[in-house]
Design a binder for this molecule. Structure first.
Ligand code: KDG
Length: 329
C-alpha cells in the first residue's frame, strides 16, 4: 500500500446505490403477494456490511433522497458500522426502492423489480467522490452496477477507480452486470472492461460471456489476469466457485447444500465480503473460498441481503457443523 500522507482510517470504501428492498413474505407472483418485508440493500453496501461484521472499517459514498427511506438507509448503515460521512441527502430526488419476488417462476430463485430510475443515487457525480476520502482507505470496492445507473454515476465510479489506481490503493471489482439496467450488452462491455485492471475481480460465467463473447471461461479469465489482476474469482452459484490466480493456479470450492432457501439475493456479496476478509487476514485462497462459500450459504437462509451475514464465530460454527471447520490463525 502506498503512503498517501493522509492517515488511513478505513479499510474499504465503495460508491453505489443503497435501496429499500421490499421482499415478498410469501412466494409466488408479486401481483398475489399481500405482505412485503422491509430491508436495506445494494450490492456495494452489502459487501461493506459483510466486511464490517468481519472486523474491517468501511465507508460508502452515496446519495439518498431526503425522505423517510433515505433516513432509514442512513440509520441502518450507521447501525451496521459503515461510515456514513459521505452519504448525501438529496432533496430533489427520491430514494430508490426495489421488490423481490421469490420462488417463481423458478423455485429456489428470486427476481428483482427495480423502481430506481431517476433516484437520488442515480444523480451521483464525480463531485461526490472526494479524493481525501478515497486516500484515507486501503482499497476501493467497485461494481458493474453503479456505472449502469447514469453517465454521472459512471464518471463517479471512474473517478474513484482512477484515484485508487494512481495512488496504489487496492481495487476490487465485481462485474455484477445487471442487464435490466444496461439493456445493451455492448454498452455494458465497453463501459466495464476498463475496470478489469483491478487487483481482485469477482465475476460469473454470464458476465464473462457479455465481456468476452464466445470465449471459453478459462480464456476470458486469462484475458483478465493478463491485465495485471492477481485473482479472478468465478462464482458459479449452487455449483460453488473457482479462483484463478496470476501464478496459474486454480482453486475450487463446492457450494454448501442448504436445506432452507428463502432468498438467494445478496449471497454473492456475502461471498465476496468473506473472501476479501479472509485474504486480507492473510489466509490462503483455499481457506478464503471456504469461508466465502459458507457466508454465501448463510445469507440464502433468510430474506434480506445482509441480516445473515456472519461474524468469524458464525463462520466457524457453520463450518464445524459441516465437518469442514477451519481454525482461524
Ligand atoms: O447483489 C444483490 C443486489 O443485486 C441487490 O441487493 C440489488 O444492488 C442491487 C442491484 O442493483 O441489483
Amino acid at each position: 500500500m502506498k503512503q498517501t500522507g493522509v492517515s488511513v482510517k478505513l479499510d474499504f470504501i465503495s460508491v453505489g446505490e443503497v435501496m429499500v428492498q421490499f421482499n415478498a413474505v410469501s412466494p409466488g407472483p408479486l401481483r398475489y403477494v399481500k405482505y412485503f418485508e422491509v430491508h436495506v440493500a445494494g450490492s456495494e453496501a452489502n459487501m461493506l456490511i459483510g466486511l464490517t461484521k468481519l472486523g474491517f472499517k468501511t465507508g460508502i459514498v452515496t446519495r439518498v433522497g431526503d425522505d423517510e427511506f433515505g433516513k432509514l438507509i442512513t440509520n441502518f448503515l450507521r447501525g451496521e458500522g459503515v461510515d456514513v460521512s459521505r452519504v448525501k441527502l438529496d432533496d430533489s430526488a427520491p430514494t430508490g426502492i426495489y421488490f423481490i419476488q421469490r420462488h417463481f417462476p423458478v423455485p429456489g430463485e428470486s427476481t428483482v423489480f427495480y423502481y430506481r430510475h431517476g433516484s437520488a443515487a442515480s444523480r451521483l457525480s464525480p463531485d461526490d467522490v472526494d479524493e481525501e476520502y478515497v486516500l484515507s482507505s486501503r482499497g476501493v470496492i467497485l461494481t458493474g452496477i453503479t456505472p449502469a445507473l447514469s453517465s454521472s454515476c459512471y464518471t463517479a465510479v471512474d473517478k474513484m477507480y482512477r484515484i485508487a489506481k494512481s495512488s496504489g490503493l487496492d481495487i476490487v471489482f465485481d462485474t455484477n452486470i445487471r442487464m435490466k439496467l444496461w439493456r445493451d450488452a455492448s454498452k455494458a462491455r465497453s463501459s466495464l472492461t476498463p475496470f478489469l485492471q483491478a487487483k481482485i475481480v469477482f465475476t460469473n460465467p454470464k458476465d464473462l460471456e457479455i465481456l468476452f463473447p464466445s470465449q471459453p471461461i478459462k480464456e476470458a479469465v486469462s484475458n483478465i489476469l493478463d491485465r495485471g489482476c492477481e485473482i479472478v474469482v468465478v462464482k458459479l452459484g449452487d455449483k460453488g466457485a473457482i479462483a484463478y490466480d496470476s501464478k496459474g493456479n486454480e482453486h475450487r470450492v463446492e457450494a454448501f447444500k442448504i436445506p432452507i432457501v428463502e432468498d438467494v439475493i445478496g449471497a454473492g456479496d456475502a461471498f465476496n465480503a468473506a473472501f476479501l476478509a479472509s485474504v486480507y487476514r492473510g489466509m490462503t485462497v483455499d481457506q478464503a473460498l471456504l469461508y466465502a462459500a459458507a457466508a454465501g450459504a448463510l445469507v440464502v437462509t433468510v430474506r434480506g441481503d445482509v441480516e445473515a451475514q456472519p461474524s468469524w464465530r458464525d463462520l466457524n460454527a457453520f463450518l464445524e457443523s459441516f465437518k469442514g471447520g477451519v481454525v482461524l490463525r
